[in-house]
Design a protein around this ligand. Structure first.
Ligand code: P61
Length: 472
């Protein structure tokens, strides 16, 4: 028998291979605990991957939030922290970076994204208001609800179908939005809440054409448009790759143009911006700046640090510049696509097209015999950990929570497990190990029966809920 000729990954896919635009200077050891240890750990965690100790995890794909590797320049920036309570020099660097790359006039720093969501929600939403947006995000919607508002989903229908290949599944359906405006009246809509990319839909992008049309529609009714810019740099990469007229433009230029159609943005800098902590709220309207920069001193810290240390703001200012480099984004999303290509070729049901920050396994398709109130995605995430020590996250009925009006579970169409790829952290070999583990769990899919919830916290239940296996 002749031996097969070894091929690089690029050759296998009929293209030239690419490599990361960096080399590794410092490493952090990881190891896998044995099967008996994993069984003990997941049972002790109530079958919730959020409750595992990270020391019991081998490859950690829980989130890309705050888990990126900083560059040597960012670490050098940490040494330049000006820890003055007021007027830290690092704040002005951060303010200039946001103004320069995102184009907004005013900046309010916060400790992370939900701090900024709290400030914008408290500043603009009144009891009984309606906030339309392109699919809910857990913390975003909760802050809108706690401020007295109600979130209404106006994303295009294609976003709810994991097999639909629409190139911009994050787009707003302008017809749906106009219906909402006509039903409730523009006066009840403080702003449209637009996210680029859309996390819960699978990291799906919004097109430039869509944000332009949205701007026009909002202007016609005098409604503001605010952006969740958490993964906007990744969104820009999809515009560059897929939208006519943008192939020759840089990620930085695309981000700036996209933001120019919005009135401001909130940011969890723990994602795109390559830092372990941080966030901001930025805007062009002075009234929101006035309100938010006053509220920030109540909930976060002074308006020139907002919960971050000076050194954190310096690392963030440098991270913004690095995040918007084309080379970085090609390798960041290239790695996600690599894992997606493997799983797709093996026939494992995932959300298509592959999004920016993660692969989303379609738990409904993998476990069609597990009803949604037996938590198929929660079950799949637990099985993956048991197989290989890999930690993923449920994004299905547990994450969707309960309807505040009826108290019933909200049953989302998408019942997913997110394999989230931290930036600049894992190698191609790690991706191979992950792909093989997912396949092993997929091959055992008929032996699984689901979970029941035995403890349910009131807010954001997915973080702390506990489960127990159900018997067939
Ligand atoms: C994540 F399971 N995301 O994806 P903060 N907007 C968007 C986010 O993705 C986001 C925030 C605002 C996380 C962390 C997380 O249900 C969960 O800096 C698009 O985390 O406060 C956060 O930013 C909030 C995980 C948050 C969750 C909520 O892993």
């Amino acid at each position: 028998m002749t031996q097969p000729v070894p091929m690089t990954m690029g050759q296998q896919f009929g293209r030239r291979s690419w490599a990361e635009p960096w080399k590794i200077k410092m490493v952090e050891p990881i190891k896998m605990i044995d099967r008996a240890g994993r069984e003990r750990a997941i049972a002790a965690a109530g079958y919730n991957t959020f409750l595992l100790r990270s020391e019991d995890v081998y490859i950690d794909l829980l989130t890309d939030s705050g888990t990126s590797a900083m560059s040597d320049r960012q670490w050098a920036g940490m040494m330049l922290g000006d820890e003055a309570y007021a007027g830290s020099r690092n704040f002005y660097h951060l303010e200039a970076a946001v103004q320069n790359y995102y184009g907004y006039k005013y900046l309010v720093p916060t400790h992370q994204g939900r701090g900024a969501e709290h400030l914008i929600s408290r500043s603009l939403i009144k009891e009984g208001d309606v906030i339309p947006g392109n699919m809910y995000f857990t913390t975003t919607r909760l802050h809108q609800e706690l401020a007295g508002g109600r979130f209404v989903d106006v994303i295009i229908d294609e976003a709810h179908d994991p097999t639909n290949m629409h190139p911009f599944k994050g787009n707003v359906d302008l017809g749906k939005l106009e219906d909402v405006i006509q039903r409730v009246g523009a006066a009840k809509i403080p702003y449209v809440s637009l996210a680029g990319t859309v996390n819960m839909a699978g990291g799906q992008p919004v097109s430039m054409a869509n944000v332009q049309a949205l701007r026009e529609l909002c202007d016609r009714y005098g409604i503001r448009l605010y952006l969740d810019a958490t993964r906007m740099a990744e969104n820009a990469w999809f515009i560059q790759q897929r939208e006519e007229g943008y192939a020759g433009k840089s990620i930085a230029a695309i981000v700036k143009e996209f933001c120019s159609y919005t009135d401001g943005a909130w940011m969890s800098a723990k994602k795109d911006h390559l830092v372990n902590i941080g966030g901001w709220l930025a805007m062009n309207h002075e009234d929101l700046f006035e309100a938010a920069s006053n509220l920030v001193v109540v909930y976060e810290g002074l308006h020139t640090y907002g919960g971050m240390a000076g050194r954190d703001m310096e690392a963030l200012a440098i991270g913004i510049e690095e995040a918007l480099q084309d080379d970085h984004m090609n390798s960041r999303i290239g790695q996600v696509l690599y894992l997606g290509e493997l799983l797709t070729d093996w026939g494992i049901p995932i959300v298509h097209p592959v999004g920016g920050h993660a692969i989303f396994l379609d738990a409904k398709a993998i476990y069609p015999h597990v009803p949604q109130d037996r938590f198929p995605a929660q079950t799949l995430a637990a099985q993956l950990y048991l197989d290989s020590g890999i930690r993923a996250m449920e994004r299905g009925v547990v994450s969707a929570g309960r309807d505040p009006a009826t108290g019933d579970h909200r049953y989302p169409k998408l019942e997913l497990v997110r394999l989230t790829i931290p930036r600049r952290v894992y190698t191609q070999a790690h991706m191979d190990v992950v792909a093989e583990a997912v396949k092993a769990v997929y091959d055992e899919r008929n032996r699984v029966h689901g979970l029941e919830m035995v403890h349910e916290p009131k807010y954001l239940r997915f973080f702390q809920a506990r489960f127990a296996p159900v018997q067939p």
